[in-house]
Design a protein around this ligand. Structure first.
Ligand SMILES: [Zn+2]
Length: 202
């Protein structure tokens, strides 16, 4: 294991990051320090990233604002309940296990969100916002006391999709991308659906 001392200012989430590395949940130790910034106000949610975060931050914040206010409040109250011992963390990186083919993940009872940093550089906007809304819907399930939101994993995922669609995010955009990815691969599919003429092959 590569020795790595995190600056004090990064605690406690860096401690959590390192514990994830040491427990084998991270694929590799990054030589760069992650940077933390408040993603939502004051600081309701911290983003841990390794650069290239600006598009993601814009997308995340616009997604959050589109969620009905009462539901946002419920999520915020849920996250706030655990403070100061636990701080909700959003990680934008390429180093979480099983991230291939998954653009986002919600774990630790809704206190840890992860998003695929390279995918979020090029995901079409309506897909990216649906993915973020889907992961926030998993937090909403917990905030509502539905943990998980169904009798099995499939029902839980279906329920998160249902919530995101109820918030008026576009699931069809994600399904369309997945179909295009099978035909053309991820990068070309993103270019095609983002309206980049170079990506059109059909
Ligand atoms: Zn899910």
């Amino acid at each position: 294991m590569v020795p790595w001392s995190a600056p004090k200012a990064f605690f406690p989430s860096i401690r959590r990051f390192l514990s994830a590395v040491h427990s084998g949940r991270m694929q590799k130790v990054l030589m760069e320090n992650p940077v933390e910034i408040p993603l939502l106000d004051n600081p309701l949610l911290i983003l841990m990233h390794f650069g290239n975060e600006s598009r993601f931050v814009t997308l995340f914040q616009s997604t959050w604002k589109r969620i009905p206010e009462d539901d946002r409040r419920l999520i915020g109250d849920y996250w706030s309940e655990a403070k100061p011992t636990r701080i909700p963390i959003c990680e934008l990186s390429n180093c979480w296990i099983d991230h291939a083919g998954k653009y986002g993940q919600c774990t630790a009872n809704g206190y840890e969100l992860r998003f695929d940093a390279s995918a979020f550089l090029i995901l079409p906007e309506n897909v990216a916002t649906f993915v973020i809304a889907h992961e926030l819907a998993h937090v909403f399930q917990k905030a509502e006391g539905n943990c998980p939101g169904g009798a099995n994993q499939q029902e839980n995922e279906g329920d998160a999709n249902f919530i995101a669609e109820k918030w008026k995010f576009d699931r069809i955009a994600l399904l369309t991308l997945e179909a295009f990815v099978k035909l053309d691969g991820f990068e070309k599919a993103c270019r095609t659906l983002s309206g980049d003429a170079d990506g059109v092959s059909l």
